[in-house]
Design a protein around this ligand. Structure first.
Ligand SMILES: *Cc1c(COP(=O)(O)O)cnc(C)c1O
Length: 395
């Protein structure tokens, strides 16, 4: 039975979103393979999946998942601490730790759940958490759940981090610094060696969320390994839902830290284990990430070709943002690309700061050179028709 005041509340919230051009709706999408999708009866080439390596549809990943359903059933049946810890978990955690060169690894249900659980397991009301100002919503979720004091530092700025730590560190107990390896909406990389040095100086623990670097950068091992020598970062989180093409997430860290997570991270303790099929798929995906050099190189190579063709600054990752500014302009640009057969969804506030609505273009190993050139030419047409402001590009 409908509740009038509840519905009025929901409607007034939605009306505000509509007034600001921010109402979103979820559209059914049939992903035929890693790049071709069907939506609203139209076939489109997608440039907005995070499936960087095309592993969601890789035959070996699919076969491992299907076999695990047959062998272990469709679901885990309970939390990992009860009976949901099927033996695929250990295999995956050993592989992840080996790939990352850490003592141990801990698999979570998703990246959002990992960040929601890791931070409160390491910080409490007397502690301090400092987050890059462009940090993902899930980091803020975890920080808030910890009830620690929360500060932000200027995006990718180790000097500002040092200032914030000088100002706020004094009376805090433990201190965590949290950033992303590759920023999800901007595609730029964090200066991890600089941040690690500042964190160490202030006796803070650095955590990097490498949702978008894992599988691509540093020979697939992630952003940290793109630096020579790799900085020492005690908390390396990543997801299995993006380049790895499946679902779930991990924290690679020392044995005591991982043991603490398995005891105290509420988003691990109080939730059902991942379906065995998901973990089995992830095991094969991690193997492919470690071994398939050619596949790993393709997303970056496409991003370079694209930026060259359009006249954008060289990309730092397979994520290329084209900042449009206004929400309506981002919607219009996205519709125009859709008319040309390309799906590039607009990204709007609150996902990105107001006035920086954008097209977020992601390249995957399975895109063809022709598809990448086709999108570049379509975007160039929009630029020449001034549907996108010139300042977004170089020259
Ligand atoms: C996608 C993403 C997450 C969430 O990961 P899921 O596995 O999709 O829940 C967390 N952090 C960052 C930076 C992300 O981009």
């Amino acid at each position: 039975m409908p509740n009038e005041s509840l519905d009025r509340f929901a409607k007034s919230k939605l009306d505000k979103l509509i007034a600001h051009g921010l109402r979103r709706s979820i559209v059914d999408t049939h992903r035929i393979d890693a790049v071709n999708i069907r939506r609203n009866g139209r076939d489109l080439v997608s440039f907005c999946c995070n499936d960087y390596l095309g592993l969601t549809h890789h035959p070996a990943v699919k076969a491992a998942s299907a076999a695990a359903v047959e062998k272990f059933g469709a679901g885990a049946g309970a939390s990992r601490l009860i009976t949901g810890n099927h033996d695929l978990y250990t295999e995956l955690e050993v592989k992840l730790a080996r790939l990352k060169g850490t003592e141990a690894a801990c698999v979570f249900g998703s990246g959002y759940m990992a960040n929601s659980g890791i931070l409160p397991a390491l910080a409490g009301p007397d502690d301090l958490i400092v987050i890059d100002e462009l940090g993902h919503a899930s980091m803020h979720m975890g920080a808030r759940a910890s009830r620690a004091r929360i500060e932000t530092f200027a995006h990718n700025d180790p000097d500002d981090l040092a200032e914030v730590l000088c100002r706020a560190r004094c009376d805090a107990g433990t201190c965590l610094v949290v950033t992303e390896g590759v920023f999800s909406m901007d595609g730029d990389r964090a200066p991890l060696p600089g941040l690690a040095a500042v964190a160490e100086q202030h006796e803070a623990w650095l955590m990097v969320d490498d949702a978008h670097g894992f599988g691509i950068l540093g020979d697939g091992r992630g952003s940290v390994f793109d630096f020579e020598p790799p900085p020492s970062i005690p908390l390396q989180m990543g997801t299995l839902s993006k380049a790895a093409g499946v679902y779930g997430a991990f924290l690679c860290a020392s044995t005591p830290v991982v043991e603490l997570m398995k005891n105290r991270a509420r988003s691990l303790v109080y939730t059902t284990g991942l379906p065995p099929s998901v973990v089995a798929g992830a095991i094969v995906a991690v193997d492919l990430i470690a071994s398939d050099t050619e596949r790993r190189a393709r997303p970056m190579s496409h991003a370079h070709t694209f930026c060259d063709t359009v006249g954008l600054a060289p990309p730092q990752s397979p994520i290329v943002p084209v900042i449009v500014g206004d929400e309506a302009a981002a919607l219009d640009a996205s519709s125009a690309l859709e008319e040309a057969g390309f799906l590039v969804t607009p990204i709007r506030p609150p996902t990105v700061p107001a006035g920086t609505s954008r097209l977020r273009i992601t390249f995957t190993a399975d895109h063809s050179d022709e598809q990448v050139e086709g999108l570049a030419n379509a975007l160039k047409r929009l630029l020449s028709q001034e549907m996108i402001a010139r300042p977004a590009v170089k020259g």
